[in-house]
Design a protein around this ligand. Structure first.
Ligand SMILES: [Zn+2]
Length: 97
């Protein structure tokens, strides 16, 4: 099973009816409502719901840093202002702070 399932994405998909959570033999399963495919949901696979945002660095124009771990990304980096922090995995919400 893939690691770091974002619990917010799971809840959104469940809300849209794209998946449902099934309990079978004491385990939580995500069931795709179209295909019927079931995937076991382990607590360790679910990413903590850590949220952050990209802060503009005042000292260096064109650089941002993660509000959670402080990792710095420049405009030249492929991870510049990405949806998730490449270092700590925080989901970036609310755009640039
Ligand atoms: Zn981070």
């Amino acid at each position: 099973m893939a690691k770091n399932i974002d619990i917010i994405d799971v809840m959104i998909a469940a809300h849209r009816g794209e998946l449902k959570i099934v309990i079978q033999n004491g385990f939580f399963l995500m069931e795709n409502t179209k295909s019927g495919e079931r995937v076991r949901l382990n607590k360790a696979d679910v990413a903590p719901a850590t949220h952050g945002w990209w802060n503009e660095r005042l000292a260096v124009k064109g650089e941002v840093y993660c509000s959670e771990c402080g990792t710095i990304e420049t405009q030249r980096d492929s991870n510049y202002k990405t949806r998730f922090c490449p270092n700590c995995g925080a989901r970036m919400v609310g755009g640039v702070g």
